[in-house]
Design a protein around this ligand. Structure first.
Ligand SMILES: [Zn+2]
Length: 303
């Protein structure tokens, strides 16, 4: 991981906006964010790789692209956030005196400026993430039909309705501005395979929107590992909250999408056993220090 962080350091030392190009307000637009969580370096590298290739090969852009880094100082510290989670505060007042609110204001200005004079309503937002435990890649969207339908194009497993449980995300904020918005969790924070999934998704999104006309070669990005749940849609049925005073310890070894049964011992919190209230699949089990959600439980859904 040493060279990964070295690369991130180089990227964020130059510019937090990797590309801001408006070639035609009548054509579709895409916004891509990486590193809104500072302990997730691989999305930053993937986004930088794609943008570098566009610049290096002088690839024609026939639409509008804004690609930026979410939380550069948290990335410099290798922390999820410095004072408050930047991906939970998009509907809060900006006057609060936390470092992340400065970033919020910076990104809002950037987006406002990008949006100015855009005419074409075909707008897409991609937010690149990684997970704190081993995971197959998957997409998270709200339950809005236009985002759910859009997410199906990529053929990764999709989890809908996170917005019922987690508020103030950048995808919710941009959905309100008319973007088809998805968060892409490419896999585990330290699994370098993640980079190719992120790159694949970014290219595919740009090609599908006809912003980039070059036909992207869909190389093997390891769909084998998601074969059994490819194209499947899940919804969140349960969220386990933890308050900051509580000591929460997830039982080791849980992988995202792993099947669990009602009554299964999942974690220990303040010396109490935490049992699964329902059958389903475990989702986003917490194996890092920061976080207010211990885990979620998902079940298959029809959307
Ligand atoms: Zn994240």
């Amino acid at each position: 991981m040493i060279d990964i962080w070295d690369r991130v350091k180089k990227i964020i030392s130059k510019e937090n906006v990797l590309l801001n190009k408006k070639s035609d307000p009548n054509k579709p637009s895409i916004i891509i964010c990486a590193g809104i969580h500072g302990n997730e370096p691989l999305g930053v590298i993937a986004l930088s790789n794609v943008i570098d290739k566009i610049k290096r090969e002088n690839i024609t852009i026939s639409g509008n692209i804004l690609a930026f880094i979410g939380n550069p100082f948290a990335l410099a510290e290798k922390k999820r956030y410095l004072e408050i989670d930047l991906n939970r505060i998009w509907f809060e007042k900006e006057s609060q005196n936390f470092y992340e609110f400065e970033q919020l204001a910076r990104i809002k200005r950037l987006i406002d400026d990008f949006e100015r004079n855009l005419i074409n309503g075909n707008k897409v937002f991609i937010d690149l993430h990684t997970t704190s435990s081993k995971s197959i890649p998957f997409i998270i969207v709200s339950k809005n039909k236009f985002s759910v339908d859009y997410s199906k194009n990529f053929r990764y497993p999709v989890v809908v309705n996170l917005d019922n449980f987690i508020h103030g995300t950048l995808i919710s904020f941009l959905e309100e501005k008319g973007y088809k918005a998805l968060a892409f969790e490419g896999g585990f924070h330290e699994d370098e395979n993640v980079i190719k999934h992120h790159e694949y998704l970014i290219w595919k999104a740009m090609v599908d929107s006809k912003i980039i006309e070059t036909e992207f070669e869909m190389t093997d990005v390891g769909f084998e590992e998601i074969k059994s749940i490819r194209d499947k849609i899940f919804q969140i049925k349960y969220r386990h909250n933890i308050s900051s005073q509580n000591s929460f310890k997830m039982n080791p070894g849980y992988k995202n999408f792993q099947k669990i049964i009602k009554g299964e011992l999942l974690a220990v919190e303040n010396d109490n056993e935490v049992l699964s209230p329902i059958d389903g699949k475990i989702f986003l089990p917490l194996y890092q220090q920061n976080g207010s959600e211990g885990f979620f439980i998902i079940q298959k859904a029809d959307f």
